[in-house]
Structure formats: C-alpha cells, structure tokens
Design a protein around this ligand. Sequence first.
Ligand code: PGA
Length: 244
Amino acid sequence: MKLIRVKDYAELSEQACAYFMERLAAISNPVLGLATGSTPEGLYAKLIEKYNNKEISFKHTTTFNLDEYVGLPPEDVNSYSYYMHEKFFHHIDIPEENVHLLNGVAEDAKKECEAYEALMQKLGPVDIQVLGIGENGHIGFNEPGTPFSSRTHLVNLNESTIKANARFFDSIEEVPTQALSMGIGTILEAKAILLLVSGEKKAEALARLIDGEVNEDFPASILQKHPDVTVIADEAAFGKVRRK
Ligand code: PGA
C-alpha cells in the first residue's frame, strides 16, 4: 500500500487528479470504478478542468459506479446516478452508453446485481477503482462483517452509515435503508485502487486501515492485501496513524 500524505483537501484533489492523469496516459480504453460521497468531488472537478483544457478525453472511457441507494430513481437528487451526472459526466465527453450504475429501482434487486457483475466481467477488469472509506471502515456500501469474497449485492445500511449520510437529505427519515453495492470481492478485482481519505472524522478509520489487522469486521483492511493500492490522505485524516 502506497501512502501519500498531503496538507489538505485541495492538495488531496490535486494529487488524485495527478494520479489519474499519469495512469490514464498509459491506458487506451480505460475502465474506471467510481465512487460518490464528499471525498471524490474535488477529483471530479479537477478532471473536468483537465478536460476543459483539452488535456484529457473520456470518449473511450467506460465507468462502473460502486453503489446506489435502493428506492431512488436516477432523477432523484440524492441518487448516486444524479450525483455522478451533476458532478462529472455532464461536464465531459463520456458517451452515456459507457456509463454504468446499479439501478436502485430495479424490480428484482438480485437479478440487477447479477447483470451488473456479468457486465463488469465482460467489459472489465476495472483499471482504476476510486474508493472512499466510511467511518466504520466500509468500502462501497460493504458494512462491517461483509465477507471479503462478496459479489455485488443488496445491503442493509448500518445505523452509523445512515446517520453519516443524513447530511445530504432533508431529514434522517428520508435516507434509504438499503443499497446495492459492488461486493468486496468485486472491488478487489480492480487492477489498481485509489483510496481518498480526508478530515479528522476519518482519522480512526485510516489508523485502523494502516496499523490494524486484516479482518472482516473492518472491510477496508483487506486493501492491505491488494497489490496496487494508493492511499492519498490529508493531515487531519493521518492524525491517529502510528506507522511512520
Ligand atoms: P464520504 O463517504 O466521501 O462522503 O466521506 C465515504 C464513504 O462513506 O465511503
């Protein structure tokens, strides 16, 4: 695991963008695994800047998002489909047919997950997977206790995750209680993983990821075993890490 320590969120976003620019230069038809949440917003904004400066094109890029809330259609402002289009896809030249997100309003969640897995097998592997980390160590919506071998599945969200995400909704009652998420086994098939961690609230989680044991109680810990993981984290997030 390669650790990159940066001063603050602005530098984290710059470094994440630099990582993408360098890696993407070597891949002709990249497949990207993308994440939502607050942490990657700056990365997407920086990549849009690069696109506007004609330094990068996404015409031949394919994307798979990590997860989606159950019950929210793509046009719902809190859906991850809406987030991705607003914050990234609408501003770049990626063809809409290359964009893949789980359908949170699919009639049959199991079938939806199986179809997503099949499509990832067909178009993948993912070249670069962007990840955030939950305060409880979740990656995607894989909550503590999820088997490391899990594939794309229906998830019951933890109380702590619902609370953490309530900030995006008018009230906590509106936060969906279920989601569809790539499994941990699915995520680990990415050739490279970029984990972004910002802020004091994530300090405990980052310390456990770096200094702790590999254990299904802490989903992100399995990243220690992946051959190509880069962690970019700011000083506030590094606050509790012991390893030098
Ligand atoms: P955040 O979410 O980027 O909004 O902190 C990360 C996560 O919960 O995986």
